[in-house]
Design a protein around this ligand. Structure first.
Ligand SMILES: CC(C)(COP(=O)(O)OP(=O)(O)OC[C@H]1O[C@@H](n2cnc3c(N)ncnc32)[C@H](O)[C@@H]1OP(=O)(O)O)[C@@H](O)C(=O)NCCC(=O)NCCS
Length: 190
């Protein structure tokens, strides 16, 4: 945990080593019928920047294991310049959490808006497609320390949530169904 070097910590890398930014102009073919940029275009760019950042840190191929909730705060317009800034927030054993901040700039007015921040969990794999250990992370700023601890907390919350979801088991029982569905906007026609 301190900066003292041991054979194990010799392979640690600083966050700055893999920080990556992708910038792309939003062209008309990226838009939906409402004239705004498709959410899927942004997700694809986010996956790309997460991959580059994770692979740089891992020194290996990485796959996307999961994506935390992606909330689009503002629509992105055709003609805007989108920048996606990625950095490693947390490393586990074979997994890494990449934090991505997405901003969009109107190139005529230079007005910049924050469209979303998301977290991608990537897992490193070797050439035999086996999961492989990733280098540890050197935290050099208070923000990097905060992001590491926040990512660790989110991981614990997700694990508890996953366990709770696994417990959900709805027996098809008329009385229980009627109780659960009371006030909901559905009609049973089965
Ligand atoms: C993600 C994947 C590598 C996990 O494989 P696995 O055999 O379950 O591996 P393990 O259980 O040993 O977990 C490996 C690591 O991944 C993490 N992990 C696995 N599933 C996860 C999930 N859904 N969300 C977050 N982390 C996950 C584990 O916590 C573990 O982290 P750690 O080593 O840092 O402790 C595997 O399911 C996979 O290859 N999935 C397909 C990924 C892919 O193709 N993505 C692109 C989609 S098109």
């Amino acid at each position: 945990m301190t900066s003292t070097q041991t054979p194990e910590t010799a392979s640690y890398k600083p966050v700055s080593f893999s920080q990556t930014t992708i910038t792309e102009l939003m062209i008309p073919s990226y838009s939906n019928f409402g004239g705004k940029i498709h959410g899927g275009i942004l997700l694809s760019l986010m996956d790309k920047v997460a991959y580059v950042c994770a692979a740089k840190h891992a020194g290996n191929y990485c796959v996307t294991a999961s994506i935390d909730a992606v909330n689009f705060l503002e629509p992105v317009e055709v003609g805007e310049l989108v920048s996606l800034m990625a950095s490693i927030n947390y490393v586990g054993n074979t997994s890494l959490v990449v934090g991505i901040r997405v901003i969009s700039e109107n190139v005529k007015t230079n007005k910049v808006k924050h469209t979303n921040t998301s977290y991608f969990t990537m897992v490193a794999k070797d050439e035999q497609n086996k999961t492989v250990k990733v280098p540890g992370l050197i935290l050099e700023t208070n923000d990097q320390i905060r992001r590491f601890i926040e990512a660790k907390s989110r991981k614990e919350i997700k694990e508890n949530y996953r366990k709770e979801v696994e417990q959900i088991n709805v027996p098809i029982n008329n009385e229980l169904c009627m109780q659960e569905l009371s006030g909901e906007r559905c009609i049973i026609s089965a």
